[in-house]
Design a protein around this ligand. Structure first.
Ligand code: ATP
Length: 289
């Protein structure tokens, strides 16, 4: 028996860090939305009691370091599943790019294995389990658009953003999220207006969404990798309505509404960047699977 599951990437429309906690994590407030750029997982039941990861992408670990492996392991242990599973990951989301690719693969594995192993877990229960794997996994279990608080695991659903194009451009570098957080000086933060972004979403106000994008990790990554700033400048010059780095980077996204401008930015950035995509948002939860 096998099952196919989609694992969409996310972008952060806003990312704020409030303070560093005693447990070493940062207290965050993030507004995230899923986009139509997805990995595909094929989950196949195995008779042997093993978890196999298959991926053609050389940057994706094929052992217990893979977040999809960890998702399968948690479910297997917790529910004493004796069947094994082979997880084949067709990777489209750039790796170590600020797009939560690994977290989304883990979330997709949780959703898929819940069906394959007939566990009958609710989405809330899957999100709770996901939070043990990584901070972004809970959000990826729900998908759609949400405010994420705590270390990212406290999820409140938000309305889908207004219809627009998201152009993503990733330079030839990968960024370690842990390293970026380590370098962040929480006393020197220019905080984005999370409340204003939530209002913009509630009013379906595209221009207000564009005005209120903000990410406190941007300056850290920009200082480490000046090419990220160059991509931001290019996107602005080509006419994006809003330009921001997603997560800890290095992927930069731009928002536009008109097809013609989307094509201009997309074509302008190709050749200059490692990977460029133009996609729609999947702002509603029910677009998963
Ligand atoms: P986030 O936005 O959640 O911080 P990211 O997009 O920056 O994540 P990922 O693509 O999830 O980063 O990868 C970060 C690291 O996680 C990779 O360098 C890789 O070694 C490891 N990893 C584990 N599982 C996966 C997976 N299924 N796909 C990609 N990377 C994975």
């Amino acid at each position: 028996m096998k099952i196919l599951v989609k694992a969409p990437a996310k972008i952060n429309l806003a990312l704020d860090v409030l303070h560093k906690r005693d447990d070493g994590y940062h207290e965050v407030e993030m507004i995230m939305t899923t986009i139509d750029l997805a990995d595909r997982l094929e989950l196949t039941l195995l008779e042997q009691d093993q978890i196999h990861i298959i991926s053609q992408n050389r940057y994706v670990p094929d052992d217990q370091r893979n977040l999809a492996y960890q998702a399968a392991k948690i479910l297997k242990d917790r529910f004493q599943i004796k069947q094994g599973v082979s997880i084949s990951i067709e990777k489209t989301i750039p790796v170590a790019a600020g797009l939560a690719g690994g977290s989304s693969d883990a979330a997709a594995a949780l959703r898929g294995l819940n069906k394959l192993w007939n566990l009958g877990l609710s989405t809330d229960e899957l999100a709770e389990i996901g939070s043990e794997i990584g901070s972004d996994v809970s959000f990826c279990v729900y998908g759609g658009t949400a405010l994420a608080k705590g270390r990212g695991e406290q999820i409140t659903e938000l309305p889908a953003p207004p219809t627009c194009w998201v152009i993503l451009a990733k330079p030839f570098i990968g960024v370690s999220t842990a390293d970026v957080y380590r370098r962040l000086d929480v006393n020197k933060i220019d905080h984005p207006h999370i409340g204003a972004m939530m209002d913009a979403l509630h009013h379906n106000d595209y221009l207000a969404v564009c005005r209120n994008v903000g990410n406190v990790l941007e300056d850290v990554t920009l200082n480490l990798h000046p090419e990220v700033a160059q991509i931001k400048d290019q996107m602005k010059r080509f006419g994006a309505d809003a330009v921001l780095m997603s997560g800890s980077g290095p992927t930069v996204f731009g928002l536009v509404q008109h097809d013609s401008r989307m094509h201009r930015i997309y074509n302008g950035l190709r050749g200059f960047c490692d990977q460029v995509f133009a996609v729609r948002m999947l702002g509603d939860r029910n677009t998963l699977d």
